[in-house]
Design a binder for this molecule. Structure first.
Ligand code: SAH
Length: 355
């Protein structure tokens, strides 16, 4: 049995499935799910993320969060939290960079939200000196001030896709034909959640909805508004997305998302506008959506790279220069990736971002 066979059998019985259900099965199925079965990161893996490119990314995120903690009066107990921590590299870099911030480590309780047992095991090994607590749902986040980061977490949440048809929408569904998975379209129906997209789309346009992102954002925002703290949400995407952004990556190459389910990473661009609206509705302030390159430059990535460059040469220096470019240059991750910050309305925005 494979996930492909399981999905075909299920579709023969129940009919086509939404893209969201397909993504959930492909990424998180307990036996065959992509994240459940492997550690996908790094040069040998399927894709590489900012913290795996360079320690500078996590160090600067750590200093931004620690500065917010100081700006908010150094709460004596707080959650230092991460959503979707991968191998634990980002949190390890945050913790190393903040070691010399007086009182920060003593006050921090490290909380990690992770769905994959394989990756929880990797995080346990990376963060063994910091006694992390794992949770499966944002509702389990402790009722404390919270300084949180989520890098490439929201892009892994399941989306649905809709094609505009007059003032109604046809959902893009996945079905089977002759034992192969294929895309098809459901019947035209009005969609309340897409009411505000009638003004900026035309017949035949495709829009995406990421329903699970909204309750997650609402919980983060209300915790931060009530208890204090800050969140840095980093991901590829834009303020408002239009068109098909579903992407499958295997061994650093784009592949057909319906080919070999569970064996490629599936993601979609993050639509930041609904996240920002959910934050506001929960009484929390949000920053301007800021390109990653600008955010990292403001936090001093060039000075940090120059400091790290002292005393190294040859291929190590080349790697450092390439990593700096990759994280910040507009032709690489600098512009595609964006940062949205959340903070209490009475507090200052996290350093590197503006109201
Ligand atoms: N932040 C890391 C990893 C990004 S990959 C980095 O930058 O390297 C996405 C991460 O989110 C993985 O750890 C994956 O297992 C986790 N994840 C995906 N969907 C999740 C869900 N619904 N709940 C909790 N974790 C999830």
């Amino acid at each position: 049995m494979s996930l492909h066979e399981l999905l075909i059998a299920r579709m023969r019985q129940d009919g086509p499935m939404t893209l969201a259900d397909y993504m959930t099965e492909c990424l998180l199925h307990p036996t065959w799910g992509y994240y459940s079965t492997r550690d996908p990161f790094g040069a040998q893996g399927d894709f590489i993320t900012a913290p795996e490119i360079s320690q500078m990314f996590g160090e600067l995120i750590g200093l931004s969060l620690a500065q917010s903690w100081m700006d908010q009066g150094q709460p004596s107990t707080f959650a230092l939290a991460e959503l979707g921590p991968g191998r634990g590299t980002l949190m390890a870099d945050i913790l190393r960079a903040t070691r010399s911030v007086p009182g920060f480590h003593a006050a921090a309780k490290v909380v990690l939200m992770e769905a994959s047992q394989t990756l929880r095991d990797a995080q346990k090994a990376t963060l063994k000196d910091h006694n992390p607590q794992w949770i499966s749902d944002v509702a389990e986040l402790p009722d404390l001030p919270m300084f949180l980061v989520a890098n490439e977490f929201f892009d892994a949440l399941p989306i649905r896709q809709f094609l505009r048809d007059g003032t109604a929408w046809c959902e893009r569904l996945i079905g089977e034909a002759d034992g192969a998975l294929t895309f098809g379209l459901g019947p035209a129906a009005p969609q309340t959640a897409l009411q505000d997209r009638l003004s900026d789309t035309r017949d035949g346009d495709l829009v995406e909805l990421c329903a699970p992102a909204i309750p997650i954002l609402t919980i983060l925002a209300s915790r931060i508004a009530q208890n204090g703290g800050a969140a840095l949400i980093v991901d590829y995407g834009d303020w408002r997305s239009l068109g098909d952004t579903l992407q499958a990556l295997k061994a650093h190459e784009r592949v057909d998302p319906l080919h070999a389910p569970g064996q490629a990473d599936l993601t979609a661009h993050v639509d930041f506008e609904p996240l920002a609206h959910a934050a506001k509705a929960a009484g929390c302030a949000h920053t301007r959506l800021t390109p990653q390159g600008i955010f990292l430059e403001r936090l001093g990535i060039t000075a940090r790279a120059q400091a790290l460059a002292k005393g190294i040469g040859g291929s190590k220096l080349d790697e450092l220069v390439a990593a700096h470019r990759r994280l910040t240059h507009p032709d690489e991750m600098g512009n595609l990736f964006k940062v949205l910050g959340l903070y209490p309305p009475q507090a200052a925005p996290p350093p590197g971002l503006e109201p």
